[in-house]
Design a protein around this ligand. Structure first.
Ligand SMILES: [Zn+2]
Length: 275
């Protein structure tokens, strides 16, 4: 439990550090290096377009990160005045698994110390439970983090190929880049800043692919109307049309909610609650 509590603090700090480093590298290294290309027009220069794209992606990633925390699932134990006693809460957690439970899919998270409805999983990077209230923001957070990482990867590859005159035409060049760079770094032929950017390329690739995979997996569960908690516990879910399942998370205008991140379509859960 202590290890999990530690991870709950370390993971958000790790995410914020990576975000800060990415932001600094993009705005103070990659984008200025693109301005040096004399063949481009000043107005529609790739540097400006790339800078605007990166700011859009990172604003959505960070905005949804904050909203995941802000919209974290409410504590049902407190809402129904059941008291904060761990025993009462623990009974609920067990009861949710029984047939005909009055509160299906409720779960007590030991890290957040609260009972949440339609619990999906506990996200260590946000330090919060993911449930019906913040699922939409969580999907958007994964999607935009993945896109921001892949955007940074492309910009980083362009920077390294220009600075070190490395060609990435051969797909195997990316595989041989790291061992080759490490040997060059220890022989003194490569600057530490260049080595750092190369290491970041692999980190962006890893985070980008992991977030994209996680986002796809989560979307598949949403379409099936399942949560990760239900899958883990082997709970049987009533079959519903996939559109209804999407509406539960992304609201009635689910297609707009998916396409336009800033549009506050909310979920049906919010709408019912606001009435
Ligand atoms: Zn939790």
């Amino acid at each position: 439990m202590l290890a999990l509590k530690l991870l709950n603090v370390v993971a958000p700090a790790y995410f914020l550090c990576i975000s800060l480093v990415t932001f600094v590298l993009q705005l103070f290294l990659f984008v200025p290096s693109m301005f040096r290309d004399p063949s481009t027009t000043p107005l529609l220069s790739p540097a400006l377009l790339h800078g605007a794209l990166f700011l859009f992606l990172s604003a959505n990633a960070l905005g949804n990160y904050i909203l995941v925390i802000h919209n974290s699932p409410e504590d049902l134990g407190q809402c129904l005045n059941l008291g904060g006693g761990a025993e009462v809460v623990a009974d609920w957690s067990d009861g949710s698994r029984a047939t005909g439970s009055a509160l299906p899919s409720t779960h007590f998270c030991r890290l957040c110390a609260r009972v949440t409805q339609r619990h999906d999983h506990h996200c260590f990077f946000t330090g919060n439970c993911i449930g019906s209230r913040n699922m939409r923001n969580f999907i958007m957070f994964c999607l935009y983090t993945s896109l921001a990482c892949l955007d940074s990867l492309v910009a980083g590859v362009a920077y390294i190929s220009a600075v070190l005159s490395v060609s990435f035409a051969n797909p195997l060049a990316f595989l041989t880049l790291l061992p080759h760079s490490i040997s060059q770094f220890f022989s003194g032929a490569l600057l530490s800043s260049e080595m750092f950017v190369i290491l970041m390329l692999y980190l962006w690739l890893g985070i980008g692919l992991a977030c994209a995979g996680f986002c796809c997996h989560q979307m598949l569960l949403i379409l099936r109307g399942q949560t990760r908690y239900q899958v883990r516990k082997g709970m049987v879910v009533r079959a519903r049309p996939w559109r209804k399942n999407l509406q539960d998370v992304f609201g009635k205008r689910w297609l707009l909610g998916l396409l336009i991140p800033v549009l506050n379509v909310g979920s049906d859960y919010h709408r019912q609650k606001d009435k």
